[in-house]
Design a protein around this ligand. Structure first.
Ligand code: HQG
Length: 174
């Protein structure tokens, strides 16, 4: 399951061209086309396996709708997910690691290789995100203040909060 999920992430977020797949501007691929392309490139996935990965995925990373599939967030290829701007909760969290703190203190949170800065709705999720890279450090984001200052927030289908940049003044460091 994890292997299939990583394969989907690679081709639905970052490198569809590697298997000759095209995503539309919303990031959608035809399920049939994805399965055919994967099989042709030596990674056979059955429709049942695909459905199971999408349904059982711990972060609900993928959405299937009307015979199409897309990643809910995390792209590096240009896509417009068409998510409406919404009012965020007063506080959001960002999980990172100590070695990034000097740069984050200086310039705030940047999207780096993704399209947006990814923020978590709770501290536990942020700890998991940070722990991917080492000992997690959780930053508290004054999302309500940012919203009142005119920053835009969107929420992905799987509950990740997205914004363009978090200035250092809106961050609380541990
Ligand atoms: C850091 C996973 C230096 C940032 C997770 C992070 C998430 C800076 C890294 C989703 C910086 C970027 C996203 C700055 C931010 N200077 N470093 N100014 N601003 N950083 O992977 O938030 O499993 O692109 O702290 O669960 O770690 O893919 O972002 O450590 O939801 O579905 O630069 O990815 O979801 O790393 O993770 P990433 P992220 P999936």
């Amino acid at each position: 399951m994890i292997r299939i999920s990583k394969y989907l992430a690679r081709h639905l977020r970052h490198d569809p061209r590697r298997i000759g797949l095209t995503l539309d501007e919303g990031g959608w691929a035809e399920v049939d086309e994805l399965l055919r392309a994967a099989t042709e490139h030596g990674f056979a996935i059955t429709p049942e396996e695909l459905r199971e990965v999408v349904a059982a995925n711990d972060k609900r990373r993928y959405t299937i709708e009307g015979g199409r599939i897309r990643a809910s967030q995390g792209h590096s290829v240009p896509v417009d997910l068409g998510l409406p701007a919404v009012e965020p909760p007063e506080v959001l969290y960002h999980g990172t690691v100590g070695r990034f703190l000097p740069a984050i203190r200086a310039e705030g949170l940047r999207p780096m290789s993704r399209h947006h800065v990814h923020l978590s709705p709770d501290r536990e999720t942020a700890i998991r995100v940070g722990a991917r890279r080492g000992v997690p450090v959780v930053l508290v984001v004054a999302a309500g203040d940012m919203h009142r200052d005119g920053h835009t927030f969107r929420r992905s289908a799987n509950g990740v909060w997205l914004t363009d940049h978090v200035p250092p003044a809106h961050l609380r460091f541990p």
